[in-house]
Design a protein around this ligand. Sequence first.
Ligand code: PSU
Ligand code: MN
Length: 311
Amino acid sequence: MTNPYLDIHPDVAQAIAQRRPVVALESTIISHGMPYPQNVATALQVEAEVRAYGAVPATIAIVKGRLKAGLTAAEIETLGQTGRSVVKVSRRDIPFIVASGSTGATTVASTMIIAAMAGIRVFATGGIGGVHRGAQQSFDVSADLQELAQTPVAVVCAGAKSILDLRLTLEYLETHGVPVVGYQTPWLPAFFTRDSEFKVDYQLDTAVDIARVMHAKWAINLHGGMVVANPIPEAFAMPRTAIDGAIEQALREAQQQGIGGKESTPFLLARVNELTGGNSLSSNIQLVLNNARLAAAVAGEYEALSASKPA
Ligand code: PSU
Ligand code: MN
């Protein structure tokens, strides 16, 4: 029984029917996370990387009011070209964009919702949203965290950018029962850097170990997802000092300009990109590719496990 608002791309539908691995990919990273035209090139390259590692990619967005699990190259091009003027769609926004027949880019939260609806359990992205610095005053906590608490999708990411308060983000996830796994690391990666001062809850060293935990979690009927934090490859990691200055400045500007609500994260991402120049962009691209590879491997192991031990 599929949802009347959902369109599953034929390649994705076939893979799901044949129980082959599928990896969901988000679209806000295309429209709001990177500049054009690198965003489009990256989105297509990430899809190719997922295929090269044995899974089928399903880039997710809302196109003309339809929830899409799997986009065409032309749809990806349009989202990338329109950039930050595409509506950024989180859980709250979905019914409005659907009802008005509009197009929107999905965040981690709304990508998880559509992925789960399509039967996809693994999702690769760059960084998740989290608890913002100063959240004690602003109450700015990404809806991504609540989604992780309730929707059964494993999100492979490079941790979270330190535009966020990583300590509070971990506390929030703990409260809501969302496990944070470090792939081959005991440390929470901080996007551009391989580690932070915070530990993950569990270190797992192979894709099959990660798939086993996913299978156990969902077979036991524990709802919600998990975070699989995969450090940026050493060769592309950036010195912490190069990033920290840009982040401090972006945060100051956001405060001076009174930026809040859904504008906050895109503003900070764009300013950090501008202030750090092309360096951070190539690191950003490489970490997403790295996450796509791990996600494809995890999806493959998860399907193999599900075939032998149906949940
Ligand atoms: N962090 C990044 N790149 C991104 C995002 C976050 O390094 O592109 C995007 C993701 O789509 C994420 C969203 O789900 O920002 C979070 O927005 P908010 O904080 O408004 O929930
Ligand atoms: Mn927010």
